[in-house]
Ligand binder design. Sequence first.
Ligand code: ADP
Ligand code: MG
Length: 580
Amino acid sequence: MKRMRGVELMAFAAVLAVAVAIAFNGSGYAVQVLTSTAIFIVLACGWNIISGLTGYVSFGQVAFFGLGAYLAAGLIVNLHVPWYAAAALAGLGAAVVAAPLGAIMLRLQGIFFALGMFGLARIGQIAATSMGATGGAMGESVPTTGNALETTLTILGLACGAVLLTHLLMGSRLGLQLMAVRDDEAAAKGAGVHADAVKVAAFCISGCLAGLAGALYVWNIAYVDPTSAFNGTIELQTILMVLVGGIGSTWGPVIGAILISLLGQVLWARFPMQEQIILGAITILVVIVAPGGLVSIVNRFGWLQRRPVWSPPPAPGVPPGTRPPLGAAFGKGRNARLRGEHLRKQFGGVVAVGDVNLTTEEGSILAIIGPNGAGKSTLFDLLSGFARPTEGKVYFGDRELTGIKPHIVARSGIARTFQTSRVFPSLTVWETVLLASSSLNRSRRVAAAETARILSQVGLLDQWASLPERLSPGQQRLLEIARALALHPRVLLLDEAMAGMTPQEIGRVHAVLAEVVRQGCSIVAIEHVLPAIAPLASRVQVLDFGKTIAEGPPALVFRDPDVVEAYLGVGEQAAVDAGI
Ligand code: ADP
Ligand code: MG
């Protein structure tokens, strides 16, 4: 692994050395190709952060590119600000503008976000043309430093900076949170991630890089005009570069920018009329053969692989004095009963939950059973902030939780799992649990130690570097339980967590649950396979058609004729068969 990193670093140094040599000794043409490639690297890194890491594909990053170009040009022409300051302010200005825009635009999903961004770029272009700023439609020349070598080296340095930024981001907690949001936003929220905030942060970083690239573009050509500053072709080329290189990776944008730039030059010289067609065809081919781009091909041989965030795991066993109490964010010792009072949830004409009361007891397990469609999962959504009750209230201790966002509920000590498996396909076992552990704002050392401890508790520490696809279905469910436990819950909501597990895995879960219950955590478990939970539960609550039809100790409830009728439908023999 280390040797591979060394080789990768040497390859990067070699490419950089060639670039510097061209800057010093290359022809005017070679220097121009170098400079524009470096600017594309900055732009591609920015696009990769919002579209690759966060999963919000944008067709309008050029809006920030144009904004940066105009900010820099305006500052230089009108206020005679020095170039370096103007470029920095252009990047900063784009980031500042991106914050409110992101808060609005990121509410859009998929193609609507992409088109919204496209519209934004058009608005930028129209504004620059009609406002008559810096030359209006005709554009205006912008004085440069006059030193071509200095310009080239600065742009090259900033391109390296953009790559370094991507590298650092992908190894950071923010990067981990972004990848989790990209993979499964609901699951990320359930792990305590403030999805809206991290998306806006990514949008700002991405906008900042695009704004900086715009300023560098003006610096390079000493001219600004609306058509080239908000140029759709630049957008398209950037997207092609990232797709060909490898979306969502550190090196993809760099490799793509260099290859597409060089190829574009060759094609333009040889086949000027067909250049765009050939480039387009090559991109389609690469994306079909390797959807993850060229990086995904070399990944297969162990090269340029992403290193798991904050890895490797320390030996399990938490350093003394660092282990936070259960429900750390909520405060140990306080009343930690979760109560749902008169909860009702209606979807149009369907009453999924109608007037349900529920109370947890510290240090005990409450089993919720009921036929399919009884409203069990909806009840969990109401308790964990994923859905707002139509009527009724949720309390956690003395605090009302009704309408509180799910990531806050998760951080305050109520963790949940989901009925359908919601693992993050591109996060390793280690990262999945670390995500939840680090969302309690613990230090890196404590979060890592906790993650190692929980993984060893559920028996997945050996698999720490695996992606979920390498785990059995039962292990994936265990991983989801581990992710919930990493939030140090005082209340754990398990929605059919043991479905699809082998008897050994169920045994492992029982041991883990018994341990957390001993520590005072209360558990609410929806289960379909009754033997999976019946031996552990001290109380059972039965739902049918959104109403509680029975509750009490298991022995009593399971003998209730209404329960046998509603839940099993066919009488007492079925109850015996089901093992209750
Ligand atoms: P259970 O978990 O007990 O099987 P659910 O809580 O998933 O039941 O569903 C209860 C009822 O609410 C079902 O009739 C289901 O179709 C309906 N329902 C659940 N979620 C939604 C939704 N988002 N929109 C409309 N109906 C829903
Ligand atoms: Mg359900």
